[in-house]
Design a protein around this ligand. Structure first.
Ligand SMILES: [Zn+2]
Length: 284
C-alpha cells in the first residue's frame, strides 16, 4: 500500500534550522514522496523554557525556501496540551503512573548512596524512590503543594503489554527493550507532558505510518512502541537515518556553530546549492 505512507518532520522552535534539520526533513519528505504519500510538519514546542514562538514562522519560511513543502495544516503541540493530559489521566487511572517529588539533587544522592545506577538512553535510571511511597504519603505531599513529575511504572507497564517488537526498515522486526529507560518521566514538574508522550500520541493521531529520526534517537523507538501498545495506538514502521558529520568527522551539533539555513541564505546561496551540499555531506 505505497500510497498510504505518511511521514513527518517535527522540529522544536529553539532556534533557526541548521543542516541537521534539513537532512531530517529531506529524509522524511523523500520517504513520503517515493511512495506517493504525505509529508507533515509538526512543531514540538511544549518546553516553554527552550522554545521561542518566533522561530516557528522562521522554520516554515526556511523549509519553503528550500522547497521542502509539507502537506496539510501544521500541528503545533502547545495548542493541544489537553490531549496529552487526557493520555496521562488514562495511564494514571490504570495505575501505570506515579508522582515523583524528587529533585535532581535528591536523585543523584540516592543513586550515589546505593553505589550507582545503570545508565539508560536518557541518563542514569531513576532508583524508584517515589514508587515505594504509600498512597497516604503521596496524598499528603500533593496536598502540601509539593511539585511532582509523573513517572511510568516500567515494571507494571511491561507486564501489561508483554514482550514487544517493532519494524525497522531494512532490518525487519526487532525486539524492543523499553525497560532500558527505567521509570521514565512522562510529565515533568515544569512541562505538562514529555517528548516521548507527545511524539507518540501525535504520530498516532496524525496517522504517521513511517517514523523517521536520526539514529542517535533509535533507542526511544522501543519506549514509544510500549506507549503505543499501552494506549492501543497503531504501530508505525521506523526508519533511522545516519547523522551528518562535521569537517572534523564528529557529529554536527548546533553548539558547534553548525551554520543555519538562514545564514546560508543571507550569504547568497541558492536553495538548490544548500540542499545539494547538505545531502552530500558525510554521514556516520
Ligand atoms: Zn521521586
Amino acid at each position: 500500500m505505497p500510497n498510504s505512507v505518511t511521514t513527518r518532520f517535527a522540529p522544536s522552535p529553539t532556534g533557526y534550522l541548521h543542516v541537521g534539520h534539513i537532512q531530517a526533513a529531506a529524509f522524511a519528505r523523500d520517504a513520503a514522496r517515493a511512495a506517493g504519500g504525505r509529508f507533515l510538519l509538526r512543531i514540538e514546542d511544549i518546553d516553554p523554557v527552550r522554545c521561542r514562538p518566533q522561530y516557528t514562522p522562521a522554520i516554515e519560511e526556511d523549509l519553503r525556501w528550500l522547497g521542502l513543502e509539507w502537506d496539510g495544516p501544521v500541528r503545533v503541540q502547545s495548542a493541544h496540551l489537553e490531549e496529552y493530559r487526557a493520555v496521562l489521566e488514562e495511564l494514571a487511572g490504570r495505575g501505570l503512573l506515579y508522582p515523583c517529588f524528587c529533585t535532581r539533587a535528591e536523585i543523584a544522592r540516592e543513586i550515589a548512596a546505593s553505589g550507582g545506577a545503570p545508565h539508560g538512553p536518557d541518563g542514569p535510571l531513576y532508583p524508584g524512590t517515589c514508587r515505594r511511597l504509600s498512597p497516604t504519603e503521596r496524598e499528603a505531599r500533593i496536598a502540601a503543594g509539593d511539585a511532582y513529575a509523573l513517572r511510568l511504572d516500567m515494571g507494571a507497564a511491561c507486564a501489561c503489554t508483554g514482550p514487544l517488537t517493532r519494524h525497522e526498515r531494512g532490518k525487519g522486526r526487532l525486539a524492543c527493550h523499553p525497560e532500558a529507560f527505567g521509570d521514565v518521566v512522562l510529565a515533568r514538574k515544569d512541562i505538562p507532558a514529555s517528548y516521548h508522550l507527545c511524539v507518540t500520541h501525535d504520530d498516532a493521531l496524525q496517522s504517521v505510518t513511517l517514523v523517521t529520526r536520526a539514529v542517535d534517537l533509535e533507542p526511544a523507538a522501543d519506549l514509544h512502541r510500549l506507549l503505543q501498545a499501552l494506549m492501543n495506538w497503531p504501530e508505525p514502521d521506523y526508519a533511522h537515518h545516519p547523522l551528518l558529520l562535521g569537517p572534523d568527522g564528529k557529529r554536527l551539533a548546533k553548539r558547534d556553530g553548525a551554520a543555519t539555513i538562514r545564514q546560508m541564505r543571507e550569504a547568497g546561496e541558492t536553495p538548490e546549492a544548500v540542499l545539494a551540499r547538505v545531502l552530500a555531506r558525510p554521514v556516520s
